[in-house]
Each structure stands twice: as C-alpha cells, then as structure tokens.
Design a protein around this ligand. Structure first.
Ligand code: ASP
Length: 342
C-alpha cells in the first residue's frame, strides 16, 4: 500500500516537473512614460495610485497571456487600462497642444506577421491603440492621420468622443506653465525651434506602451500618446512611427519607447535595438542599454524603452530621472517601479 502511494506521488511529481519544463515562456512589460519624475513632487498616495494602475494594466495583459491568448490582445488590454486612466499622457489625460486641444498618436506592430498599424494626430478617438490595430488588420495601409483616420474609424463603427473627454485640470495647468516658459524662452532666443528645446523635460513627456511574448512565441509591441505638451503645427512624435517608437519581430525583439520623440525618430531607436539583437547577437539588456544610455545620451536625447526578447527576457533602460514601468513573466508576481531603485 505504502509503495503504491509512493509511486503515485512520484508519478505526480514527475508529471508536474515535465509540465513545468513544457511550459512555454510568456511575459509582458509596460511603461507609463519617462521623464523628470521628481520624488519630491509626488505624495505617497500619488505614488500608490500610479503603482496600482500600472499593476492593473500589467495584470490585464498577463491574464490574457496566461490563458494562452495572443500578444496582440495582451498589449492592447494593458494599453487600454493606461489610456483610460487620467494619470498618463495617453487617451484620457493626454497633454494639451499649444492651441488648447489634444492630438493623439499610437502604433502597433505584430512580430509574427511583421504587420503594423498607426494613427497620428487623431482628436476624437478614445483609445487610439484600438484604431492603430484596426488600421493594421482592416486597411491596406500602415499609417492614417487626422480626419482621414477618424473617417476610417467611423467606417469601422467607432463612436467619436468630444475633445473635452481628454481634458484634465493637471494637464491644463501644465499647458499654462509650459506656454509661459515657452514665451520667456522665445523672448530670450527669438526662435521657436530653440525655445521648445529649452522647456523642462517634465512638460514634454508621458506616453504609454506595452510589449509582450505569448505562449505561441509571438512578440508584439504597442505605444499610445498625447505627445508633447504645447506641441504645435501638427507636430507628430515617434510614438506612431514604426522603427522609432514601436517595433516587433518574432525571433528578435519587441520595443516600445517613450521620450523626446524627435531624437527617437532620427536615431530609429526601437529598430536600432532590435537590429543589434539580430545582427550582432547582443542580449536585449545590452542592446537596449547601448542605444538609450550611450547613443542617445551622446546625441542629447532623453527617454527610455521597454524591450523583450524571444525568451521573455526584459530590459527597461531609461536615461531620465524615472520611468513608470511594470513587468510580469510566466507565473511570477508583477514588478512595478518608477525610479531606479523602486
Ligand atoms: N515620445 C513622445 C513624443 O515625442 C512623448 C513621450 O514619450 O512622452 O510624442
């Protein structure tokens, strides 16, 4: 009798061990923007609010992956949580343009098919990442902009939202301050281009993004943003630009970026990181670190990325004071961080 119980237990243990060995890696990482996130300016309860929302978002994506769902759905679900929160500069809570409106950018890339979709400068789309994914799935194009993108949304049955939906008091206060700073800088430099670069980083950044690896081995990346406070003249940043703010390629890596978009476009940040992994066999940690902490710093570009490789290894380098971020792999618990140490 004892023997039988022992052998049943051994069999059970063995089958569990082989189940663990068969378990395919899956993981997700998200960000809620990088920049001058000063500890002194955040109360304990604000820090907790950010952490709670990041946890909710990473868990929304993780839940889908754990059930065997695909990386596209996981990335979308995580980003939707952040877009719907007024805490982050995407969807509700997007920053204001110079003219007091909101213009949103988003992009998505599927590493399995190398298909991608993006929208730029949309003004009435509650969840721009959804539209970016629909552009990928239901149009022959990669990027749609402005009113044309919204016409496409209507043709897909979207309800447009009023600009006021995106309004928040704290972003409005940022606009007023940023405009004042811009005017002061413009008086000093007599040059709009130079003066915009003088704005403190806290006025520039935000953005949310997610990268995921599903159990089928498919990588995906998405990014959604309100762009830069006080942006003007239809300015578009890196977030909707494939290869700059977003990139995914199965077998290589997936990246979502946040930072000073002009640099991320010119330095082709997301694509450069994956190229280093692909052609130089660098680890995701090294590749992402080289681009963010060497190449970009030398150029004067500020920001960070979340990146994931084919085995589910995650890198989250940033060269700013902080970056809101969270990650969760297989059956681990979520790791949620704002600064370097916590
Ligand atoms: N990269 C975004 C842009 O330049 C801003 C950000 O990430 O905060 O539009």
């Amino acid at each position: 009798m004892k023997k039988t119980i022992l052998s049943v237990l051994t069999l059970l243990a063995l089958s569990q061990a082989s189940f663990a060995a068969d378990e395919k890696p899956f993981a997700i990482a998200i960000h809620g923007g990088a920049g001058t996130i000063s500890k002194a300016n955040l109360t304990e309860s604000q820090i907790q609010q950010y952490k709670d929302k990041l946890t909710e978002a990473v868990n929304a994506g993780h839940r889908i992956l754990a059930k065997g769902g695909d990386s596209t759905r996981a990335v979308q679900a995580a980003i939707n949580v952040l877009e719907d929160s007024p805490l982050f500069n995407a969807g509700k809570g997007a920053v204001y343009t110079y003219d007091g409106g909101h213009e949103l950018d988003a992009s998505f890339m599927d590493g399995r098919t190398m298909n991608a979709g993006a929208v730029a400068g949309v003004r009435h789309i509650k969840n721009p990442i959804d539209l970016a994914i629909d552009v990928m799935k239901h149009s022959p194009h990669v990027m749609l902009s402005g009113s044309g993108a919204e016409e496409f949304a209507l043709s897909r049955g979207y309800q447009l939202v009023a600009q006021e939906y995106f309004d928040t008091d704290h972003r409005y206060r940022q606009l007023v301050k940023a405009k004042q700073k811009l005017m002061d800088a413009q008086v000093a430099t007599k040059d709009y281009q130079a003066s915009i670069y003088r704005l403190d980083l806290e006025y520039k950044f935000g953005t949310v993004g997610a990268v995921a690896l599903d159990k089928q081995g498919n990588l995906a990346a998405g990014t959604s943003t309100g762009g830069m406070t006080v942006k003007r003249f239809g300015r578009i940043g890196d977030s909707p630009v494939i290869g700059a703010g977003t990139y995914a390629e199965n077998g290589v890596c997936a990246v979502s970026a946040t930072g000073h978009g002009e640099y991320f476009i010119r330095y082709h940040v997301a694509g450069d990181i994956c190229a280093r992994v692909k052609y130089q066999q660098k680890s995701i940690i090294q590749a992402a670190d080289e681009v963010i902490n060497q190449r970009l710093i030398t150029a004067g570009g500020t920001g960070g990325v979340i990146a994931i490789d084919q085995r589910g290894n995650i890198a989250t380098p940033f060269n700013t004071e902080g970056m809101y971020r969270a990650s969760r792999s297989n059956n681990d618990v979520a790791t949620v961080m704002i600064w370097r140490e916590q």
